[in-house]
Ligand binder design. Structure first.
Ligand code: AMP
Ligand code: MG
Length: 405
């Protein structure tokens, strides 16, 4: 049976970063930029006032005193009509172009209007050209590189793209993920389960996990443990970049996922990984489809916590790679156990735990009822990793920690 590291290597060996595609800015948040972006114009395209006030010639200000004739009013969006002469001022608003002849703006709060004149009586102001003015191209010059290929598009960068005239840009697209829950026992969350039935929590859980790493998700209907219906739904999923299936991969006689995937020409890469919970995990690669890379197909065990661990360990790194990011950005964390923990088992175990950061991070393993117990995981920050083997782990001992987010 593969170890977690071997299985992850094998997954990543099949995961290729998606080919760049043009996306509208509105859909590009969080994506990796796949082109160099340059400014199309000088910004600002003219010297502009940074405050509301009076545009003047600094030479007129003497030692902070002046009476100047107000010859024009320049709101933002208007071009000044005339050149400012000696002894003249123009009332100017933030963002408006500075008139020819002016070289500084005195804040309106430091002036007094007297009819057609403005009085400036502020000895504290040293007349200095350029004060309260952003010169033409003071932010960026036409042709200057403003965003490099490979950066992550966050809100300021999307704003910047708009400011250089872009409505769309070349990015590594969001991986498309199909989520399929299998099981005859499943009912939708708005149903009251009948005898032997349970609500489908995996669809919400796995879809949210995929969205949280920036994927586009298609949640497909519940697939029954019945070959032809399962086939139809899985075939739909194979149109996506990644298919996440829950349930039906263990050794029971209703565990039809592996044989159905085989029928659909998905080649198995591995089945079963040495870990707990989540051992029966299945991974394969969909049929070839020309230029487009084959779908990556993950069959995760049905118990919600098993599926969650499988997603964090294998699906999340694969989605990161497809999206052009580093597969495992921070890896495992390390913290000290806040209480002794008696681990028993011949597989490495991911145990729901709380994490407290700070100078000496601590890990508190929670009482946990096993792989169906999502309540405990909902109170956890992630999973402490206990290596295979029966051993009492002492309080204060270091353990590795797999964070949820
Ligand atoms: P399986 O892997 O199909 O054998 O399922 C293992 C266990 O997980 C069974 O107890 C299932 O009822 C449960 N299970 C399977 N699918 C889901 C689901 N979508 N939501 C909640 N529990 C599930
Ligand atoms: Mg099942």
């Amino acid at each position: 049976m593969l170890t977690v590291d071997e299985a992850l290597r094998s997954v990543l060996a099949h995961a290729r970063t998606l080919s760049p595609r043009r996306e509208p800015l509105a859909g590009a948040l969080g994506c990796i930029l796949a082109e160099e972006v340059c400014a199309d114009l000088d910004s600002p395209p003219f010297a502009k006032a940074l405050v509301d006030g009076y545009a003047i010639r600094s030479a007129d200000l003497g030692s902070g005193h002046a009476r100047l004739l107000v010859v024009e009013e320049i709101p933002a969006g208007r071009t000044p009509a005339r050149t400012l002469g000696r002894g003249e001022a123009a009332l100017i608003m933030t963002g408006a172009p500075l008139p020819e002849g002016a070289d500084t703006v005195v804040m309106i709060e430091r002036t007094r209007r007297d009819g057609t004149d403005v009085l400036i009586d502020e000895p504290s102001i040293t007349p200095s050209p350029g004060r309260n003015v952003l010169p033409r191209a003071g932010e960026m010059k036409a042709g200057e590189l403003v965003l490099s290929r490979g950066c992550t598009l966050n809100a300021p960068r999307l704003g910047l793209l708009a400011s250089v005239g872009r409505t769309s840009t070349l990015v590594v697209p969001r991986p498309r993920v199909a989520v399929v829950s299998t099981g005859d026992e499943l009912v939708e969350p708005d149903q009251v389960p009948g005898p032997g039935q349970i609500r489908n929590s995996n669809a919400s859980l796995q879809s949210a996990l995929a969205v949280s790493v920036g994927a586009g998700v298609e949640t497909l209907p519940i697939a029954p443990d019945q070959p032809s219906a399962l086939r139809t739904i899985l075939a739909r999923g194979l149109a996506c970049d990644v298919v996440v299936i829950t349930g039906g991969v263990s050794a029971g006689n209703r565990d039809l996922v592996p044989e159905t995937l085989k029928y659909l020409e998905v080649s198995r890469v591995f089945h079963k990984v040495r870990l707990k919970p989540g051992k029966p995990i299945w991974f394969g690669v969909g049929p070839a489809r020309g230029e487009e890379p084959s779908a990556l197909v993950f069959g995760l065990p049905g118990n919600p916590v098993s599926g969650l661990v499988g997603f964090l360990l294998f699906v999340r790194p694969a989605l990161n790679r497809l999206a052009g990011r580093s597969p495992v950005p921070q890896g495992l964390l390390r913290g000290k156990l806040s209480r002794p923990f008696d681990h028993k088992g011949d597989r490495p175990t991911y145990h729901p735990s709380r994490w407290s950061g700070g100078e000496e991070p601590t890990v508190e393993p929670l009482d946990w009822a096993g792989s169906a117990d999502l309540l405990t995981v909902a109170r956890a920050d992630g999973f402490a990793l206990f290596p295979a083997g029966d051993r009492l782990h002492e309080q204060g001992e270091f353990v590795q920690f797999l964070p949820l987010g």
